[in-house]
Write a protein that binds this ligand. Structure first.
Ligand SMILES: NC(=O)c1ccc[n+]([C@@H]2O[C@H](COP(=O)([O-])OP(=O)(O)OC[C@H]3O[C@@H](n4cnc5c(N)ncnc54)[C@H](OP(=O)(O)O)[C@@H]3O)[C@@H](O)[C@H]2O)c1
Length: 352
């Protein structure tokens, strides 16, 4: 038997017990009552999962809290249907513990990290053997657990999808978020210029230490005039939108001709009143993205890009994991309170 964390509400979404979600075997008789506050997270004993063909089992040493976990716990962001509905956790760092047939060249004891669709608040997680990468020798498990979700999201959105090039002016909203702190570093490492927004001055000060060029304190939700001033009236080439809602209206107002906007997060809302006149006349490109709902082959692809293009930047010291606070897995409720109160600059880690 192993211990795992589960949000005792989220199983209420399920009509019948399920024995295996994406390779993670769960206790068949666990039931959920309702979504709610962090205290609904409870430790539960379940049978250890077994890797099937192509999969490995990882003994998790550290995982992290993502905004998606908070939303899932509140009942606002259901996990994909092939993932556990009741166990949060989108990423993990640990050691290979068991290996299914055809899962690649992994050996027991290899230090690995990666993404999963859910289920990482657990002592063991089973994942596809091609969606993990080796942890660089200079990183601890906690440091490694602070990397996959935010650096893969930021690199994939900025570089793979929106074609970031040296010299671009990039606007990053919620720059002190986990994804924001990753994005600032990537923009700097690739020779572009960043402007970050935050509602918290201290986060802007900390982001400057990471290489952010300019920061804007967003009190009333308005920032386009300041962005235009900072770019000599031209506007930015690219916006990484991590908050959504009315921020998108401001983004459009401060994009340069043929500017690109990618919507990654919606903490400020899922609706915006968009100026389509500007979209047309400036020939803007607007895109949305999500990692969690991609099919396996696309997750393998982003893992390959991460291993080949992003990990070397950690090895060269151009990128580093940013950890705001570390909690024991047993104190996941405390960690959720911390993130929900917007106290974190960078990542919130859970250790086992
Ligand atoms: N699409 C994907 O695949 C993907 C992957 C990962 C994350 N995301 C999204 O990316 C965003 C960042 O994620 P994260 O885990 O890095 O977040 P995080 O560390 O929890 O940071 C979120 C920050 O956003 C700011 N914020 C919160 N509510 C806001 C509001 N109503 N208006 C303006 N700012 C607000 C807060 O900073 P201030 O102090 O500045 O207010 C907060 O600390 C989230 O929206 C998340 O859902 C998407």
């Amino acid at each position: 038997m192993i211990r795992r964390f589960q949000s005792s509400e989220s199983r209420s979404l399920m009509n019948e017990p399920v024995s295996n979600f994406g390779g993670f075997r769960v206790c068949q008789n666990s039931r959920i009552s309702k979504f709610g506050e962090p205290e609904v997270l409870k430790v539960q004993e379940v049978e250890a999962p077994q890797p099937e063909r192509g999969e490995v089992r990882v003994q998790v040493k550290a995982t992290s809290v993502n905004r998606a976990d908070v939303m899932q716990r509140l009942g606002k962001y259901p996990a994909p249907s092939d993932c556990p509905q009741d166990i949060p956790g989108l990423e993990f760092a640990g050691v290979v513990d068991a290996i299914g047939d055809g899962a690649g060249d992994w050996k027991k004891g290899d230090r690995v990290f990666g993404l999963c669709g859910g289920g990482a608040y657990a002592e063991y997680v089973v994942v596809h053997g091609r969606t993990i990468a080796p942890i660089p020798a200079n990183l601890s498990f906690s440091e490694a657990a602070a990397i996959p979700e935010v650096f893969i999201t930021a690199y994939d959105a900025l570089v793979s999808q929106m074609r970031l090039v040296p010299g671009d002016n990039v606007l990053i909203s919620a720059v002190g978020s986990g994804v924001g702190t990753a994005a600032v570093q990537i923009v700097k490492a690739l020779g572009a210029r960043s402007i970050g927004t935050s509602r918290t001055q201290e986060k802007l000060d900390q982001a400057k230490e990471l290489g952010m060029d300019d920061g804007i304190l967003v009190g009333d939700g308005k920032f386009s005039e300041q962005v235009l001033k900072l770019t000599g009236g031209r506007g930015v080439d690219l916006v990484l939108e991590l908050t959504g809602g009315a921020y998108v209206e401001e983004d459009i107002d401060c994009l340069a001709a043929q500017g690109r906007l990618i919507v990654v997060g919606l903490v400020a809302g899922a609706k915006a009143n968009v100026n389509l006149g500007k979209v047309l006349s400036s020939r803007l490109e607007i895109k949305g993205t999500t990692l969690r709902r991609r099919p396996l082959e696309e997750k393998i692809q982003v893992t390959n890009v991460f291993a080949k293009q992003v990990l070397p930047l950690f090895e060269k010291g151009l990128l580093k994991p940013i950890i705001a606070e570390t909690f024991k897995l047993e104190n996941a409720a405390e960690a959720h309170h911390f993130m929900q109160a917007d106290k974190n600059f960078g990542k919130v880690i859970l250790t086992l």
